[in-house]
Write a protein that binds this ligand. Structure first.
Ligand code: ZN
Length: 401
């Protein structure tokens, strides 16, 4: 029986300090994707890179915007009034058929006139048969192979105790595989950061839950393989938050003149002409000079498998380096956020975790998100020969295979 525990945003050094059960297992730091959780999930369920599965950010430019209807109401898109935006966001969310984990978020600080230009990369939740149906993934392969299994607490609106409560649905007698989704670890990190008691105690609670669950499973079945992992680490944010428009103002311009999306630590731009592009590059070069980050160039795109369609994901993408975050983003103002992620995966504080009660491959310093699916299938004795995976099995083996 394979028990797969996912914890969002649990970082390696905190696991070692506050999760005694997990740190008693074999473990490796995990190198994340260069992106947010939605990219990580698509990567770990398909064992394909971002440039293959196409989910990098929640939003991309496209013709299927859930906000298209704004175009049909005269003048509406020229009104920029926050309470109105919140109502439009809420109404669209209610009417939308989008079942993905993030759903259809409100684009808080983006002018309404740009909203109809953007659509979500994911429209279905990961274990829906329609999710990226052209790429075999963890859930379709389990179904195809008729593996008796349960998926626990994988749904929207993550609350603190979801996995602890829903664990009772597992059939420990007959299941061959269980996936426990623990999303709240990320919420608590964003809210409190790594030095807060709240985060440390919650990590400890999750650790105890995993230990108790494994012990429970051991009463029913002899051979239990535990794999417990996260998608990325977390880095406490340094104030003050960066307002990108301060840099546009220095060039006597305004960021809202451009088609763009500002996320916590990425700014993406699309251009209507060369003049626009030149000005944006000029602004971003000044930010580079102030050591705030860099424009993602070909080297980074190759290194992190980000050769996506720039028309969709951004023609110029600026990465705001750790420990900075932007204010006035599509998510809000960011004033209450203590910790963030989406930083360069090679930063130590951004390491996620990969733990198992079985041996982990000796020839690897790190685990990668693409290793999750091959490792699970190998433990379930499901042949991988008909699938294209970018990762390897690293569990119960001396050499990654
Ligand atoms: Zn995450």
């Amino acid at each position: 029986m394979v028990l797969l525990f996912f914890m969002d945003g649990v970082k390696y050094d905190m696991m070692k300090k506050y999760m005694p059960y997990l740190s008693s297992l074999n473990s490796k730091p995990l190198l994340s994707d260069f992106g947010y959780s939605c990219a990580c999930h698509a990567t770990m369920y398909t064992s394909r890179y971002i440039e293959e599965h196409g989910t990098w950010f929640i939003w991309k430019r496209g013709d299927n915007s859930p906000y298209k209807w704004i175009n049909y109401i005269p003048f509406l898109k020229y009104i920029n009034f926050l309470p109105l935006k919140l109502v439009i966001g809420k109404a669209t969310r209610k009417l939308s058929k989008n079942s993905s984990y993030s759903g259809v978020p409100c684009l808080v600080n983006l002018p309404l006139k740009y909203w109809p230009l953007f659509e979500t990369c994911d429209t279905k939740i990961w274990n829906d048969p329609e999710w990226k149906k052209e790429i075999p993934n963890l859930f379709t392969i389990l179904r195809e192979n008729k593996v008796k299994h349960h998926v626990i607490a994988l749904h929207k609106n993550t609350k603190a105790d979801d996995a602890f409560i829903e664990e009772k649905n597992v059939d420990y007698q007959n299941d061959k595989f269980v996936y426990y989704f623990i999303g709240y670890t990320d919420n608590i990190m964003h809210q409190y950061g790594e030095n807060a008691k709240e985060s440390q105690e919650y990590f400890n609670k999750v650790d105890k839950f995993i230990e108790d669950t494994v012990k429970k499973a051991q009463k029913y079945q002899d051979d239990i393989t535990v794999i417990a992992y996260s998608d990325h680490g977390h880095i406490d944010i340094k104030s003050p938050l960066i307002n990108i428009n301060d840099y546009f103002k220095k060039e006597k311009s305004n960021v809202n003149k451009f088609i763009h999306l500002i996320e916590s630590n990425y700014a993406r731009f699309w251009f209507r002409n060369e003049k626009e592009k030149d000005l944006v590059i000029k602004v971003l070069k000044k930010m580079e000079k102030d050591n705030l980050g860099f424009i993602i160039d070909e080297n980074y795109k190759n290194k992190y498998h980000l050769n996506v369609n720039p028309k969709e994901h951004g023609e110029i993408i600026f990465y705001l380096a750790a420990p900075h975050e932007f204010t006035n983003t599509i998510w809000g103002f960011g004033h209450s956020v203590k910790s963030g992620h989406g930083y360069e995966p090679t930063l130590k504080k951004h390491y996620g975790i990969f733990c198992s009660n079985k041996k982990l491959a000796d020839n690897r310093d790190f685990a990668y998100l693409v290793d999750v699916l091959p490792s699970v299938l190998e433990q379930l004795k499901i042949s991988r020969k008909n699938y294209i995976f970018k990762g390897k099995n690293i569990v119960n083996t001396r050499k990654a295979n």
